[in-house]
Write a protein that binds this ligand. Structure first.
Ligand code: CUK
Ligand code: CUA
Length: 764
């Protein structure tokens, strides 16, 4: 064992730069040869150059994509299209410990419906918080279409912190869409049902079934939706679809389209034609136009009805107070997207060949003049389509969703049936370009393309089918996001990215430099509340608290040990491990898993997480860290001993596997002293540079200093034991001293490499 350590000392020295040069490799291939071998064209090379991101390179934009049925959010970089993270939202996700630690279980539990766990979600539309209509990169919202819920994700740590259940709807689609200062998050229902739940026969569809739109109040300071300050508006039983908030001139208004205004109820098994036939019979459906500022006043004035304790403005009040208007929109409409200046509202019709561009000014003129073509069956005033349209542009078949460019009046609309993206001038109504995508595009995303200042450069096509684009992996194909370069006059598809997680609907992309995520948590943070955890434990304060039937472990995690290492409980005890990662080093995550108990934590630097379970089976259960965190990661282990009830205390004789004598101690001690010389040389190098100009290195130096302080402490213990000629403990503590030295050397080496590669200068 000692000899191994000596060898390791040599290895550390070798790592630090006294190594041999790798012998000459075969002649490198030329670019021409690679092109030939891989059958690449000049155009391919150009695309590669536009998307390739060299090692260590960063992306210009970060995209947040819905993860569809996975109930997650997918984060990736643009233009490299490299996936960076899956954010667990509605679905348990082991790597992040989501749904395994008690803190995140509490978040998932907020999403229960009628006491039932819903362990997945159908995520559709992410929205980043906005300030004056610009993305601010602080919070992210996403909806669940299947069970009407909305989640709040902190962009400080990319973790889900809140789930709210819609109190009146049974399904939804048109969320999450934010108002220009994120005062409200809009969520509109999809399939009508009795508001607030409960049964009503389908024969009473017209009378008892309803749609709704909810305005969730976002409390930015708390970073939470405030359910007590949120309200809804009752709507006719149409299938309300997507929404968008007005901005600029149209701030204070919002728009939600709809289909199946026929209010058709299918029933194939009852001999009726299916929903799809009856729901697409009319030539037009209705765009809903809301004065939400007015609705807010009406809500604050208390002119609401309570449903499940939630304030609802009735359809009648909405009409009487001038909150709701309808405008016909052709045919089976889908997306509704407000232009960056707020002057136009673009609607795509799935069964139409044109987009309809409504003018906010014209809509307002009609409302002011009370010029309506009639009312619907519920008394809602209808504005004549001719009085509201700015233009209709024939783009192609199946226009769905629209995003905007940095250039004024330029928009991109997805054409589902044609499998194309159309670029056009929506002010003049002129098509500028079209590009084919593969296949059947749903949403599309331009950079910050639904904000008041879109960034242009790229559009991503979110295709519904991949078919032949990738290596086959069975009947369930990956999703395909195609990157389109839109910087020139002609759009060019330059990259295909398979997404193997769920069917993404909408995505949003933000300039990467607007995101300022944490490197580490403040000591003892509960990442799900963002506050200091009441069970955070400082190093040296680790303890086991026992009460009848209950054992609470307050522990810490640091390279490479779990404190405590042995936990003895009795069969039937309720056990909780409250673990705090006391690392300050970047990316030094520790996991925690207990054999056979479904215990799995991810504890990032500074975080506190809790695993709770009942120890109902006597036995010996190893626990360990699940992240390869250091050279001694495998030794980051411990035992949970579950004693059978009533077992007499065994004789407490612990036998060591190996015994050590003075000679062993001397050898170990010498190897520590040798290692210290190596460390000193690295420290000498680092401190001779301008390392303080590199924040990453400063934090590594902090971490290494921590490790060296731990080393000094272990050395003291070794010295004390040696003084008592307790060679067993003296040798073991000297070994621990060496462990800390290796960690310090490891970090020092990383810092040295960083400085060398990033052009650090000698200062002394
Ligand atoms: S929806 Cu899926 S393609 Cu949910 Cu926004 Cu249009
Ligand atoms: Cu901590 Cu492995």
């Amino acid at each position: 064992m000692i000899r191994t350590r000596l060898k390791q000392t040599a290895a550390v020295a070798a790592l630090l730069g006294i190594g041999a040069v790798v012998a000459g490799a075969a002649q490198a291939e030329s670019l021409d040869q690679v092109m030939k071998r891989r059958n690449l064209t000049q155009k391919d090379l150009l695309s590669a150059a536009k998307t390739y991101t060299p090692t260590g390179g960063r992306d210009e934009f970060v995209a947040f994509s819905s993860g569809g049925q996975s109930g997650q959010v997918i984060v990736y970089g643009i233009p490299s299209m490299r996936i960076l993270k899956y954010i667990a939202v509605f679905t348990p996700e082991p790597w992040q410990g989501y749904g395994y630690d008690e803190e995140s279980k509490a978040v998932l539990a907020q999403g229960k419906i009628g006491g039932r766990d819903i362990t997945w979600g159908d995520t559709h539309h992410p929205a980043i918080t906005e300030t004056n209509g610009d993305y601010d990169g602080q919070w992210l919202f996403i909806n669940d279409k299947s069970s009407p819920r909305l989640a709040v994700i902190s962009l400080h740590d990319f973790e889900t912190q809140q789930i709210v259940v819609n109190p009146v709807m049974q399904s939804e689609h048109g969320g999450a869409f934010v108002t220009p200062n994120s005062d409200y998050v809009i969520e509109a229902s999809q399939y009508p049902a009795p508001l607030g739940g409960g049964f009503a026969p389908l024969e009473e569809f017209n009378e008892k079934y309803r749609g709704a739109v909810t305005y969730w109040k976002f409390d930015r300071e708390a970073g939470r939706i405030d359910q007590s300050k949120s309200f809804s508006i009752e709507l006719p039983p149409y299938s309300q679809d997507l929404s968008d908030a007005g901005k600029g001139v149209s701030d204070g208004w919002s728009f939600t389209n709809s289909f199946c205004t026929e209010r058709y109820v299918g029933g194939i098994e009852r001999g009726r034609p299916p929903f799809e036939a009856g729901c697409s019979a009319n030539d037009t459906d209705f765009l809903h136009v809301f004065n939400w500022k007015k609705a807010e006043e009406v809500y604050k004035a208390g002119k609401t009805t309570k449903i499940n304790g939630h304030d609802v403005i009735s359809l009648k009040t909405a009409v009487d107070e001038g909150i709701l208007f309808l405008i016909p929109e052709p045919k089976s409409p889908h997306g509704v997207d407000v232009s960056p200046d707020g002057k136009y509202i673009v609607v795509g019709g799935k069964l139409d060949s044109q987009v309809s561009i409504y003018s906010f000014e014209k809509i307002q003129a009609s409302i002011a003049a009370k010029k309506f073509s009639g009312v619907d069956a519920y008394g809602v005033p209808i504005i004549d389509i001719k009085d509201a349209l700015h233009k209709q542009v024939a783009l192609g078949l199946g226009p769905l969703h629209t995003q905007y460019d940095a250039k004024p009046c330029v928009a991109y609309t997805s054409l589902y049936v044609d499998s194309q993206v159309a670029k056009y001038d929506y002010c003049e109504g002129k098509i500028l370009d079209k590009v084919s995508v593969h296949y059947n595009i749903g949403h599309l995303m331009s950079m910050e393309g639904d904000s008041v200042h879109p960034k242009g450069k790229y559009v991503v096509a979110l295709n519904k089918l991949a078919i032949d684009r990738f290596n086959p992996v069975g009947p369930l194909h990956p999703q395909n996001h195609q990157l389109i370069d839109v910087s020139g006059d002609k759009m060019e598809v330059i990259y295909d990215m398979p997404l193997p997680l769920g069917e993404p609907h909408y995505s949003v992309a933000i300039a990467a430099d607007k995101l300022k995520p944490l490197v580490r948590y403040k000591f003892g943070t509960d990442s799900r509340t963002g506050k200091t955890s009441p069970v955070a434990t400082r190093p040296g304060q680790e303890r086991i608290e026992r009460s009848p039937g209950e054992v609470k472990v307050f522990g810490t995690l640091i390279r490479s040990h779990i404190t405590p290492e042995i936990v003895e409980v009795e069969e039937g005890d309720k056990v909780s491990f409250h673990l705090t990662n006391t690392e300050r080093a970047e990316d030094e995550v520790h996991g925690f898993a207990v054999s056979g108990h479904n215990v799995n934590l991810s504890v990032e630097p500074g975080k506190t997480a809790t695993a709770a379970f009942t120890a109902d089976r006597p036995g010996v259960y190893p626990y360990y860290c699940t992240e390869f965190c250091s050279a001694l990661h495998l030794e980051m282990e411990g035992y949970l001993l579950v004693k059978p009830k009533g077992l007499a205390q065994a004789a407490a004789v612990q036998t060591a596997g190996v015994t050590y004598a003075k000679g062993d101690f001397d050898k170990q001690y010498k190897s520590c002293v040798d290692t210290q010389a190596v460390i000193d040389s690295v420290v000498g190098y680092i401190t001779s540079t301008n390392f303080k100009d590199f924040p990453q290195v400063v934090s590594m130096v902090e971490d290494a200093t921590d490790q060296l302080n731990f080393a000094a402490d272990a050395r003291k213990k070794a010295d004390e034991a040696a003084k008592k000629e307790d060679w067993q403990n003296a040798t073991l503590w000297a070994g621990q001293w060496w462990q800390y030295q290796v960690k310090a050397a490891d970090i020092g080496l990383r810092a040295k490499t960083f400085l060398e590669q990033n052009g650090a200068k000698k200062v002394k």
